[in-house]
Design a protein around this ligand. Sequence first.
Ligand SMILES: CC(C)(COP(=O)([O-])OP(=O)([O-])OC[C@H]1O[C@@H](n2cnc3c(N)ncnc32)[C@H](O)[C@@H]1OP(=O)([O-])[O-])[C@@H](O)C(=O)NCCC(=O)NCCSC(=O)C[C@@](C)(O)CC(=O)[O-]
Length: 305
Amino acid sequence: MSYPDYVKLVEVGPRDGLQNEKSQVPTEVKVELVNRLAAAGFANVEAGSFVSPKWVPQMADSAAVMGAIERRQGTIYSVLTPNMKGFEAAVEAGADEVLIFGAASEAFSQKNINCSIAESIERFAPVARAAHDAGIRLRGSISCSLGCPYQGEVAPEAVVDVARRYLDLGCVEVDVADTIGVGTPRQTAAVMAAVARVVPVERIAGHFHDTYGQSLANIVAAMQVGVAIFHASVAGLGGCPYAKGATGNVATEDVLYMLHGMGIRTGVDLDAVVGIGLWISQRIGRRNESRAGNALAAREAAACR
Ligand SMILES: CC(C)(COP(=O)([O-])OP(=O)([O-])OC[C@H]1O[C@@H](n2cnc3c(N)ncnc32)[C@H](O)[C@@H]1OP(=O)([O-])[O-])[C@@H](O)C(=O)NCCC(=O)NCCSC(=O)C[C@@](C)(O)CC(=O)[O-]
């Protein structure tokens, strides 16, 4: 089996991780989270979301977060933009990268962004043109690539179809997202291989939620197909407000522990991320979902006794 020498990790905790929290997380906590993650070495931190505050109130302060963070050279700060209104706010906030987010499932597209897949692509087209003109990186996410909470199975061809449209729009990366964490490794490999027939594999990212505990296995399966970009959330924070029951993303600490153990470089400081995971879990009163994070913290505490 061959694996990449280097994996690019996109830390999505400040956005995907916090968008579903029941109580409002203070802006200054979000700012500190983004700053600490960037300092830990991530090439890309998803810092916020310019969506309707009626749909996702938790992200309503994204402009304030973007305005208060310290910019670290070498880190891409990305935000979600479903339409031109979101894009204009993202430009104003100084985002380095904007994310258009559609779905491979019609039912989920309606629930999440209130339009069909075809309509979403029409809405994304002016965002893509404006991003190109402004020299801002454009990324495209495909929700429900491995299953949908409303319609169940999703055909790989539906994922490939959206991926092809994103490529035509000029996306530099295409995120294959398992929104509800139902996918298993063979299925993941098949969907990634199908997408790789239309998108260069170095531009495909895996975005896995860990609802069924399959994420690490799915990352390994995706790497075997050649994928070398993955998304993860510190302490396994998160969940999608429009995918009931879905848990957070795969925990960043678990991914780092696995990749570093396999001799794969990430440029990210695992010890720093373990500390951030403990801090944010305590700060927002949530259980730390990272197995590796908790184990490493316990080992460190035992060594200090
Ligand atoms: C797309 C819309 C806006 C359509 O929502 P809509 O209601 O059809 O839109 P609209 O154009 O009719 O606007 C309705 C109101 O929203 C406002 N509005 C409209 N756009 C914006 C904007 N950009 N920023 C701020 N406000 C906005 C607009 O001004 C108006 O305000 P009103 O006149 O009623 O006061 C809505 O459905 C929405 O915001 N959805 C976002 C849902 C969301 O954020 N979901 C979670 C993120 S996706 C995710 O987590 C999946 C991912 C990426 O992680 C991958 C995976 O795991 O699957």
